[in-house]
Design a protein around this ligand. Structure first.
Ligand code: PMT
Length: 212
């Protein structure tokens, strides 16, 4: 089977030395890439900047911005059987990228931001992806309800929901705790190392795909 997995943060440049980003380390997405590759599948990992080692047997396509990630996914998703969107993509990007380093001449400064493209939301609607689609939901409240909304709106087969307000879990930690939200059921996976959760998620996804 061929898989596309997105991972890591994106970086939205402000000037030659500054950017807007988030705390995603790439650990969850890289663990998933490793799990699917170990199971004998062909994995393309489209990743924002991350210091995680590239898992053996995985093809890495490094990207920087949300727009780069959108273009990379647009180019490759048509060839895939399964797509998993674990990246923490910036929802907003600066309207203007300054060509010179911004000077601290004023006491205050206002940045104007514009929405980025919704890559997961484009998978079915714009790229016409027909394969098994897995989104993530990073929430700080109403975890299951918000994940269910994303599942419906973006045409996912599964949303992996994580509560990113819990200490020691989620962004930039070794562990996570997730609820798998399917159209007809939910399956909570208790807190565990991301590598173990990734193995279980890969197993479940591959079972679902085999049953389709
Ligand atoms: O990288 P780690 O440090 O290991 O942390 C893992 C994680 C917390 C980043 C990961 O488990 C996770 O939750 N990833 C999704 C983070 C996120 O941006 O969630 P969201 O609820 O804002 O987005 C919903 C979905 O849409 C996600 O699948 C996201 O990849 C996707 N998205 C979001 C915005 C956008 N412009 N394009 C997208 O494709």
């Amino acid at each position: 089977m061929k898989l596309l997995i997105t991972a890591g943060p994106t970086r939205e440049p402000l000037d030659p030395v500054r950017f807007l980003s988030n705390r995603s380390s790439g650990k969850m997405g890289y663990a998933l890439a490793h799990a699917f590759a170990e199971a004998g599948h062909q994995v393309l990992l489209i990743s924002g900047p991350s210091s995680q080692p590239i898992p053996g047997g995985v093809d890495l396509l490094p990207v920087e911005t949300a727009e780069d990630m959108y273009q990379a996914v647009a180019s490759w998703i048509g060839r895939m059987d399964i797509a998993v969107f674990a990246a923490a993509v910036a929802d907003f990007t600066p309207v203007e990228v300054f060509s010179q380093k911004i000077k601290k001449s004023a006491e205050r400064m206002t940045l104007e931001l514009v929405r980025t493209k919704d890559i997961l939301g484009s998978a079915r609607a714009v790229f016409g992806f027909q394969g098994y689609l897995v989104g993530f939901a990073a929430e700080t409240e109403n975890l299951e309800e918000n994940a269910r909304g994303k599942l419906r709106k973006k045409g996912c087969d599964l949303v992996v929901a994580n509560d990113v307000s819990k200490a020691g879990l989620g962004f930039d930690s070794e562990r996570n705790e997730v609820i798998l939200v399917f159209p007809d059921r939910i399956e909570p996976l208790p807190a565990a190392e991301k590598v173990l959760l990734a193995d279980r998620i890969a197993e479940i996804v591959l079972e679902c795909v085999a049953e389709r």
